[in-house]
Design a binder for this molecule. Structure first.
Ligand SMILES: Nc1nc2c(c(=O)[nH]1)N[C@H]1C(S)=C(S)[C@@H](COP(=O)(O)O)O[C@H]1N2
Ligand SMILES: [Mo]
Length: 160
């Protein structure tokens, strides 16, 4: 099994999950056709709550840190704010989500704020997420700190 996501930190059961583990999560944790939530997104997802039900966060877990080792991008956000609404998009047309769509796994909060307007902003919709960490204190976060850095990040992505 190829690991898509490692779950670490303040959890009773640290885990590694693959595509099939996500695909076989209970129906209640599956979100088919995410374009219903945001017309700019496509594919199928599982809920963060479903993933966390496997790892069992401890009561001390207050922050969720999302890591992408592919491009060294990281965001750390308050867990409670997203616990019941965030999802991981993992499948497109029955296949693993392609890199061009932020795959193989993309974190997504449906009603996020624009970049820089909130902790839970569009920048926190981490693409290529391969590890999540639960912690009592805020974890590592290298989202662009200002508009200039943010604009350069977007420029770089256009030329990729
Ligand atoms: N891994 C990773 N995730 C990321 C980013 C990034 O550079 N790397 N950019 C963020 C920003 S600033 C935005 S606006 C959205 C853009 O997502 P899109 O390319 O799917 O439109 O992804 C966010 N997630
Ligand atoms: Mo952005």
């Amino acid at each position: 099994m190829t690991t898509l996501l490692k779950i670490e930190g303040e959890v009773a059961k640290p885990l590694e999950l693959g595509f099939e583990d996500l695909a076989k999560l209970a129906e209640a944790h599956q979100v088919g056709d995410v374009s219903r939530l945001d017309p700019k997104r496509s594919g199928d997802a599982v809920t963060l709550a479903g993933v966390l039900s496997l790892a069992q966060p401890k009561a001390s877990a207050r922050y969720l840190t999302l890591h992408s080792s592919r491009d060294d991008f990281h965001a750390s956000i308050p867990l409670e704010a997203v616990r019941q609404k965030a999802i991981f998009i993992y499948r497109l047309d029955g296949q693993p989500l392609p890199v061009g769509s932020g795959g193989p796994l993309r974190f997504f909060v449906p009603d996020h704020a624009a970049c820089h307007l909130d902790d839970i902003d569009e920048c926190s919709n981490v693409k290529f997420v391969d590890r999540i960490e639960l912690s009592a204190e805020r974890g590592f976060d290298n989202r662009p700190p200002d508009e200039g850095t943010h604009a350069r990040l977007h420029e770089r992505q256009k030329s990729d």
